[in-house]
Design a protein around this ligand. Structure first.
Ligand SMILES: [Zn+2]
Length: 494
């Protein structure tokens, strides 16, 4: 083979790869030092987070506190010299948590920590007392078979969650064999069942109707396992699944105790009273947006975002007040540095994330005509921990670019680039539009324990980490705004 032919073969071999290879763009790191100094020496991130956490408090979507946070956030952006606005999106009905009391009344008396699952009804303040029962109800047949047992009862619909406590008793080989066997059994049952599309549709429909059917069957309410250790609870719910049946979350320890009491025939009984209020008509919510206008390409945009809404059992700090204040701080850092980005940088505090990325999806849809000019979307939503690097969301062609973007902040601990796809947060709303959209990796700092729980409070915030995260985002956003070209688009999906 002649050298000439050889190079032709190489070129042909290389051709299909070229489609997936971003043209090498030179990252200009000028200004990074100024941004980092501004972040480290003049930080306002903790003061802002403290006001958000202690004065405004948790920000349940649809609540007055959420609106106060929207207005205050826009005012903070303006105070830093940015333009700011609130953009409305359709949400759903509001849900207001009212007082709750829960007591175990048999086989002994004791108060029970309990909170309503969001967007479920209360008992109208009436005390509902009944036996605790365990019932698997996943089909009309299983409902019919359990009907007599569940009438007038508080029902556990699931086995206890698996919660591993690293300080607790070690799991024995027999325990783990039992768990494996149970999992295998369930897998076999599913495989043996009817797996046709019609059967799947029936199962989906039953699951959508189940709470109403249970209410009709006279069930007092559902008991859900908090699923965390040391009596921490978890909270969720959605205005798209308003439930006509009370549903209380109790600590994993109590869920286990109820399960053992039922198994031993001790006939546990629960007395619960709940007052919740569900709105009568859908409302709007808002994304809070601050903007630094680009000096050369103002219609091209880098988006830096974090969700601003939270669950309401504590203060919504690690999920996600901390990140939203780091985004606000990144805006302050860039503006205060005196550097002028060539492209526009837009800082978005998204609403409605906890109910299913409602605010970010609405934003992406409302701004779909601008998608081709969005340089990138950078989202922070994994707690209060420092940024460790970037997950490429499968866009491995950006590996070198991200290494270059992180190089100026590598000494702050943000240097790792990995190909992983990450789920569950607002960057996903932009991916279907072909926009390069990423969710930063962070040190965990106990995020899995605190998020959605009664322990998601201001004291969990780590000052050094939040200064670092703000610095990393400011540096990355500024450099992306100043790159020569727009980044190549990803696959556009419906
Ligand atoms: Zn979150």
């Amino acid at each position: 083979m002649s050298p000439r032919k050889y190079s032709l073969v190489l070129a042909l071999l290389a051709a299909p790869l070229a489609v997936n290879t971003a043209p090498a763009q030179q990252v200009d790191t000028t200004g990074a030092g100024r941004l980092i100094t501004q972040a480290m020496d003049h930080s306002e991130v903790m003061a802002n987070l403290r006001h958000l956490s202690d004065a405004i408090g948790p920000r349940l979507s649809g609540s007055p506190a959420m609106r106060r946070a929207n207005d205050w956030g826009a005012e903070r952006f303006r105070s830093y010299g940015l333009t700011a606005s609130l953009e409305a999106f359709p949400f759903g009905v509001t849900w207001t948590r009212g007082p709750i009391s829960a007591r175990l009344v048999a086989p002994f008396e004791r108060p029970v920590i309990a909170y309503s699952w969001a967007w479920t009804v209360g008992t109208g303040g009436q005390l509902r007392t009944g036996p605790i029962v365990r019932a698997d109800i996943n089909s009309p047949e299983s409902l019919a078979a359990s009907r007599d047992r569940i009438r007038g009862a508080w029902v556990m619909l699931n086995d206890p969650a698996f919660v591993w406590n690293p300080d607790g008793p070690a799991m024995t080989a027999a325990d783990s064999a039992d768990r494996r066997a149970a999992l295998e059994r369930r897998r076999a049952e599913r495989a043996a069942g009817d797996t046709s599309a019609a059967a799947r549709e029936r199962a989906r429909q039953f699951s959508a109707d189940r709470n109403q059917l249970l209410a009709d069957a006279g069930v007092l309410g559902v008991i859900t396992d908090g699923g965390k250790e040391h009596t921490l609870l978890t909270m969720s719910g959605s205005p798209f699944r308003v439930s006509p049946l009370p549903n209380i979350v109790v600590p994993h320890e109590d869920f286990l105790m109820f399960s053992r009491q039922v198994e031993a025939g001790l006939a546990p009984r629960l007395a619960v009273s709940i007052e919740n209020t569900i709105g009568t008509a859908p409302v709007e919510q808002w994304n809070t947006i601050g903007e630094i206008r680009g000096s050369e390409k103002p219609d091209e945009v880098v988006i830096v975002g974090a969700h601003y809404d939270s669950w309401d059992l504590s203060q919504g700090v690690t999920d996600n007040g901390a990140s939203s204040m780091a985004v606000l701080e990144a805006a302050r850092i860039i503006q205060a540095s005196g550097l002028r980005p060539k492209r526009t940088i837009r800082f978005i505090l998204f609403g409605g994330e906890e109910q299913g990325l409602i605010g970010s999806r609405a934003y992406a849809e409302q701004h779909a005509s601008e998608a081709a000019k969005v340089q990138a979307v950078l989202v922070l939503d994994n707690g209060t921990g420092a940024i460790t690097g970037q997950a490429l969301q499968g866009r491995t062609e950006f590996e070198q670019l991200w290494k270059d973007l992180l190089a100026p902040v590598a000494s702050l601990g943000a240097s790792n680039v990995r190909p992983n796809n990450k789920g569950g947060t607002d960057h996903l709303a932009f991916v279907p539009y072909g926009i390069p959209a990423f969710n930063y990796d962070q040190i965990s700092r106990g995020y899995d324990h605190t998020h959605h729980s009664q322990s998601d409070s201001y004291d969990k915030a780590v000052e050094g980490d939040l200064k670092q995260a703000a610095a990393v985002m400011a540096v990355n956003a500024y450099m992306l705004a100043n790159l020569e070209d727009l980044l190549p688009r990803g696959e556009i999906r419906d």
